[in-house]
Design a protein around this ligand. Structure first.
Ligand SMILES: Nc1nc2c(ncn2[C@@H]2O[C@H](COP(=O)(O)OP(=O)(O)OP(=O)(O)O)[C@@H](O)[C@H]2O)c(=O)[nH]1
Ligand SMILES: [Mg+2]
Length: 201
């Protein structure tokens, strides 16, 4: 792992795009359904347990949380989608914020889509995948909480999701992951290093 990830610091939370840090450098955003494990993945990837807040109440955080790796590189923890108990007004606000962030952010260099290995490819996941295809934004999928399944079952899910995406002609990369057991970290770091241009330094 590039040691810079370990130095990542919380920068700010934005309730709307106008509050986001200056649109420069490169940003990798973590998207996915509420409770999928986005914040936990950021903590695992930076080896900092308390960096991104892990939510006990799903759907509570409706903010874009920015973390600075260095001056030119950031992680963004996106608010989780698809939590049924969230009021419609909040859902609408979420939709607007996501649309403006995803559609207007020059720094956005890739999306890490986090899916619970036990509940992959929700409608929202598919929308995110199709959006990345359409806009040619690099996408990498983490099937996380792999520790909740035995290896065979997790591997079957990986193959099934891969096949489903191939059938709709989507070419993305995907892998098993566990923030709890810290498995799959090296593979994500390879992807991140490429998106962040770390390999060229
Ligand atoms: N067993 C296991 N539990 C995990 C893993 N990753 C996250 N969790 C648990 O899943 C719950 C949700 O994790 P978060 O990281 O807060 O999920 P999130 O996607 O950021 O959720 P929102 O911020 O609500 O959108 C927490 O109770 C975590 O401890 C994992 O790899 N394995
Ligand atoms: Mg979170």
């Amino acid at each position: 792992m590039n040691p810079l990830y370990h130095q990542a610091k919380f920068l700010l939370s934005a309730t709307q795009l106008s509050e986001a840090p200056e649109d420069q450098g490169k940003e990798v955003a973590f998207a996915g359904r509420s409770n999928a494990g986005k914040s936990s993945a950021i903590n695992a990837l930076t080896r900092q347990n308390g960096l991104a807040r892990i939510s006990k109440t799903p759907g509570r955080t409706q903010l874009l949380n920015f973390f600075e790796i260095d001056e030119q590189r950031k992680f963004v923890d996106l608010p989780g989608y698809g939590y049924a108990k969230v009021p419609l007004a909040v859902k609408k606000k979420w939709h607007k914020m996501m649309e403006s962030y995803l559609g207007n952010r020059n720094a956005l260099s890739g999306i890490i889509l986090v899916m619970d290995v036990r509940h992959p490819l929700t409608d929202f996941d598919m929308q995110m995948i199709e959006w990345c295809e359409y806009t040619k934004l690099p996408l990498h999928i983490l099937l996380t909480k792999a520790d909740k399944l035995n290896y065979g079952a997790a591997k079957n899910t990986l193959l099934r999701v891969q096949k489903e995406l191939q059938e709709v002609h989507v070419s993305v990369t995907l892998q098993l992951f566990s923030s709890l057991k810290k498995t799959g970290l090296d593979d994500v770091h390879l992807v991140l290093d490429q998106w962040f241009d770390f390999s060229e330094e």
